[in-house]
Design a protein around this ligand. Sequence first.
Ligand code: FES
Length: 282
Amino acid sequence: MPLDEDKYPVESDRRRFVKGVVGGAALAGVTTASAAAVNSATAPTGAGGGATTFYAVENTDGPAPRGMPQIPIEIDDEGYLKGAWPEYEEGDDAAVTENYGGSDVTYSSAWFQYCGVQTYSGVYPDADQDNYFRYSSSGYDWHSDVGGDRIHVDDFAELGEDWREWNTSFGTRSNGKPASGTWRSQDLSPQETMPIQVIRSENVLELAEEDPWIEASTAQGCIAWLNKCTHFCCVPGFKTLEGSAKFGAADQIYCQCHQSVYDPFSIVRKSFVALPRPEQED
Ligand code: FES
């Protein structure tokens, strides 16, 4: 499969789910053009980069070269949402879980190594970070008072409108309730904060019935992704801007920087060249 083949995709195929594996070859020093342009912090050598296959919310329009990587979700015994982190073994270039949740998909920490995120402390495979999703203080009115708190699955029903009803004044469908948050970024600077979005939606429940990866990587109708646009690394939003309607994105994830559009309910397998992580100082 050619790398970054989803630039300007011909059509959205909501049922295009195929099994994937992560390429293990290390190609330190290889960069994608767009990420290289914005990532002056990348060291010329490093670890854990290379050809990587991942699962993404599909890029359906605009200049972004591919979708944004999905984060598999776990819900703990108390109902709090976590982004699963793959297993790390001493000496490995990346944290990797093969056959994630019985889905036959190999999940790797390399999925998130682009747009400078490969330099963030939380993306190092052995980083001692907790995996809970925490609310951002900005993003959506319904969680603006609980910024920094862990995201609980019941919040989607109990804070503001119920997740089956939540909608905006623009757009044509009530297709889920979104939250903006952070992941693996506790006690780190804003420059090292990994932005995420979560949606709880009946669409996700339906998709999970059809596909083993969606079933394994979502929980109780919640789906999540690293919210860094693959074009030039802005932070997009699902139904955050009324102006997105002018670009056919009123019900999609929309990046206002250059009008890239992503569909959170179309999960596709894609490939890219993960950027190597700089060597860490002892
Ligand atoms: S479309 Fe350019 S950064 Fe998102």
